[in-house]
Design a protein around this ligand. Structure first.
Ligand SMILES: Nc1ncnc2c1ncn2[C@@H]1O[C@H](COP(=O)(O)OP(=O)(O)OP(=O)(O)O)[C@@H](O)[C@H]1O
Ligand SMILES: [Mg+2]
Length: 258
């Protein structure tokens, strides 16, 4: 049965999508069957794996309105063993429509439970807000992964995010776990970044991934070619970091034999 991981941070531009796409690609490269789920109206994860829909195509929006449609919405990508439930800009409208629907927080969960048995991992790329789409992402997930850019405001935003996760655990999804926080766009020459990472280690003992993703221009270029970094430039520092992250995640999930 697949593990469902939501990539969440209400702050924009911290590397949620870059991490969703490239972690998914390296899990697939390691032999896992992986489904990427795009629940952001910006549809960046869809573009990042080269999936662009025609306006009339069905996408995640339709499976939120009618969860059983999801099985027809899954699309293959050019990465072996990687599939996607894509999004389109009109998903923004679904967020409004969802409000009046019964079980509005559980729509994505219902859809993904229909797919879970077909994959080893389901990775949900959430939008930069704590609105109803992200709530759907959190309720559908088993675990949360929090990408963070190491800057001063990251710590403030983190408190707010942890409160929201707490509320979800109390009211909607008691067994939602926090897999960990991931430092992205790390620049070792920046002293503030180093200080923030130290602070994060204090805040998040045992919950900060050892792998840190460096700032690397190849990671920023890859989406314009509709390719994960594993296809675009597998020898880049960014590629090596995401490959290491996938390895670290798999080790974390494998029960220790002592
Ligand atoms: N490690 C990195 N090095 C260089 N550029 C990066 C890196 N990670 C992400 N970027 C770039 O930074 C920008 C924001 O990244 P990304 O889209 O992954 O963030 P996001 O959290 O998904 O944003 P949003 O909140 O808008 O969904 C993008 O242009 C992306 O290409
Ligand atoms: Mg994004």
């Amino acid at each position: 049965m697949g593990l469902i991981i939501a990539l969440v941070n209400q702050k924009g531009g911290v590397g949620k999508t870059t991490t969703s796409v490239n972690l998914a690609a390296y899990l697939a490269a390691g032999g896992k069957r992986v489904l990427l789920v795009d629940i952001d109206p910006q549809a960046n994860a869809s573009a990042g794996v080269g999936v662009r829909l025609a306006t009339q195509d069905k996408h995640i929006y339709h499976s939120l309105l009618e969860p059983k449609l999801v099985t027809d919405i899954v699309k293959p990508t050019k990465v072996e063993r990687l599939w996607i439930v894509p999004a389109q800009a009109d998903l923004a409208g679904a967020a409004v429509e969802l409000v009046s629907l019964e079980g509005r927080e559980f729509r994505l969960q219902q859809a993904l439970e229909l797919l879970r048995q077909d994959y080893d991992f389901i990775i949900i790329d959430c939008p930069p807000s704590l609105g109803l789409l992200t709530v759907n992402g959190l309720v559908a997930a088993d675990q949360v992964l929090i990408p963070l850019q190491p800057e001063y405001y990251a710590l403030e935003g983190l408190g707010q995010l942890l409160n929201t996760i707490n509320l979800i655990q109390t009211h909607l999804k008691p067994n939602l776990g926090i897999l960990g926080a991931l430092v992205t766009m790390y620049d070792a020459r920046n002293r503030l970044a180093g200080a923030v990472v130290e602070e994060l280690k204090n805040h998040f003992p045992n919950k900060l991934f050892q792998t840190m993703i460096p700032r690397n221009v190849r990671l920023a270029e890859a989406p314009s070619y509709g390719q994960p970094i594993s296809l675009y430039d597998p020898h880049s520092r960014g590629a090596q970091a995401y490959s290491a992250l996938a390895t670290e995640l798999l080790a974390l999930l494998t029960p220790h034999v002592s």
